[in-house]
Design a protein around this ligand. Sequence first.
Ligand SMILES: [Zn+2]
Ligand SMILES: [Zn+2]
Length: 332
Amino acid sequence: MKRMILRAPRRAEEAPLSLEEVPDPVPGEDEIAIAVRACAVCRTDLQLAEGDLPARRLPIVPGHQIVGEVVAVGARVSSWSVGDRAAAGWLGSACGVCIQCVAGKENLCEQARFTGWDIDGGYATRAIVNASFAFPVPAGFDDAASAAPLLCGGVIGFRSLGRAGVRPGMRVGLYGFGASALLALQVARYWNCRVFVATRSIEEQARARAMGAVWAGGYDDPPPEPLDATVTFAPAGDVVIAALRAAARGGTVAINAIHLDRVPSFSYDLLWWERNLVSVSNYTRKDATELLGLSDRIPLRTRFEQHPLEAANEALVRLREGKVEGSAVLVM
Ligand SMILES: [Zn+2]
Ligand SMILES: [Zn+2]
């Protein structure tokens, strides 16, 4: 197999990933081997490669939005067969017995292990994944389109809609309009919600309207109606406060960001009348299965650009420079 491996984090321009050829790995008893066809490039991969996200293991193969074909199954695996199409994401495994796992919140499991961080990921022609944490991919979706950004930003955006309490018919706000918000908009529209999009970019505002948003404006422009449920995608506390300012009584603002610069102090009036401010961390298998199920039915449209595996460093540079159209996907 070929893989792009990270040994020492450094700036993307200095090519932190190097190409290696090694023997094909063999799955353990509860694992499957996937011949990777596509693996999307996430901002988390960039942060890991550059050392902004501390490595948990080195060397490591990054990549946690994997789509491919099952080529070998472990002795105890009954849910997968050779030839099946399978996907794997960030959640590599969870303990299954802690209070969070038992409550269906495996995304909060303290023993969780993550693909491309604790376990070698999909910047490779082969990946070994835990059979219980892999997903079937809907037939109508091609490999690259399913990998990106459905399996990371897409599914976390989908969880964010749930955390914001989105129900059919609501007035839904999306603050920030990247690849993940683009999917969230399509899901919210499918649920007959009216969607209001705030983003700095005039081009993205126009794209949001073209995709069916009833309103699009800047972060500080008040939407024409109060919003029942909002997800903020920008890693900026000021945007969270702007979203809170637009929230209806009883409304919720869910922060979809791993890092936020800060939460500025704000008047309690913005929270009064039972408004809620919540965070979103990772996703559960239930979130991923539901989104993949919906993706075929809606059907979801995604935007992505393709790169060969060997060009992973160049893809990371493009991502940091903001040149990627939609999402970048490595195609093997
Ligand atoms: Zn990711
Ligand atoms: Zn657990």
